[in-house]
Design a protein around this ligand. Structure first.
Ligand SMILES: Cc1cc2nc3c(=O)[nH]c(=O)nc-3n(C[C@H](O)[C@H](O)[C@H](O)COP(=O)(O)O)c2cc1C
Length: 211
């Protein structure tokens, strides 16, 4: 097998300006609903890229937990690597690689912390195991063993054995407020369709981009 020979034609669909909503959130809603209606696996999984204080980018998967006409929300540990990156530089990028649909959506913008109340509202809706997991994990820090991690979970379980877990201060949500949102649809012979919405003076400009 030669990796260089791995390729396929993208033929499922095309994207035309007249098919696109004037508002990118509406367009995102349309594609997201299509993914959900087709039981697309982990449709709400997105890659989040951040940049460290010394300019080093890094990416990881997080789950989209909601969106509205302002932005896209995910939850995490504020002390994690991504949390530290965002504290110093709130410019981030999101990527939905819906490759079975020969689609991707790229979002660039700024990440803003949700209010403690908004984070608590979501935290308290999570299953107990996830709540205790958030208390047990000092996300992104090294740990000696799996056993040590289980010990931390046992400590959290003990702490909240008589009361429901509260929301940890180090845990919560961010909303990514987009400046650009690009919708990509693969086409034959690599002549893909790309449309970028760019927020300019308060309105969304739409441009077709070369593939
Ligand atoms: C499918 C999937 C979903 C994930 N969802 C989240 C999430 O919503 N929030 C989160 O903090 N980490 C999530 N993770 C784990 C992150 O990818 C990452 O390992 C973790 O957040 C630590 O990242 P950091 O050290 O760069 O901060 C998910 C991983 C996968 C593979």
């Amino acid at each position: 097998m030669n990796i260089a020979d791995l390729r396929r034609e993208y033929t499922q669909s095309g994207l035309d300006r007249k098919d696109l909503a004037a508002d990118p959130f509406e367009q995102f809603d349309l594609w997201f609903k299509q993914a959900l209606d087709s039981d697309y696996p982990d449709a709400n999984a997105m890659s989040l890229s951040t940049v460290s204080t010394d300019g080093k980018p890094s990416s990881r998967t997080v789950l989209l937990k909601g969106f509205d006409e302002e932005g896209f929300t995910f939850f995490t540990n504020y002390n994690s690597v991504k949390g530290q990156d965002i504290a110093a530089n709130n410019q981030v990028a999101l990527l939905f690689p819906w490759l079975q649909f020969e689609r991707q959506i790229r979002i660039c913008g700024v990440a803003k912390k949700l209010s403690p109340q908004q984070s608590a509202d979501y935290f308290l809706s999570r299953p107990l195991g996830s709540q205790l997991g958030a208390w047990a994990s000092d996300q992104s820090k090294a740990i000696a063993s799996r056993e040590a991690l289980v010990d931390q979970l046992n400590e959290a379980t003990e702490r909240f054995k008589d009361s429901a877990p509260t929301t940890p201060e180090h845990w919560g949500g961010y909303k990514v407020i987009p400046k650009t949102i690009e919708f990509w649809q693969g086409r034959e012979s690599r002549l893909h369709d790309r449309f970028e919405y760019r927020l300019t003076a308060g309105t969304w400009e739409l441009n077709r981009l070369q593939p």
